[in-house]
Design a protein. Structure first.
Length: 81
């Protein structure tokens, strides 16, 4: 299993720590900062999901007037893996 850290841009959260196994399955996601309850929910929902499935579901989500969101930033992090 590999551990990754992604520094977010344009969101209230500042960092995402991820554990992804060799098959591309998300084992753990932890956000630093942001809306704690919502981000815990997202983290639990994507656990056990393939990174490709998570990317397809989360990419492009916007937060209010911002061009990105915490879910979109998670998708961007997964794309870099």
């Amino acid at each position: 299993m590999a551990k990754y850290t992604y520094y977010t841009q344009g969101t209230c959260s500042s960092q995402i720590d991820l554990d992804v196994d060799g098959r591309g399955i998300i084992q753990n996601v932890a956000f630093t900062g942001g809306c704690n309850g919502n981000l815990q929910g997202i983290s639990r929902l994507v656990k056990g999901m393939s990174k490709d499935e998570a990317i397809s579901k989360l990419q492009g989500i916007k937060c209010g007037y911002k061009p990105t969101s915490c879910p979109d930033q998670l998708a961007q992090a997964l794309k870099q893996i």
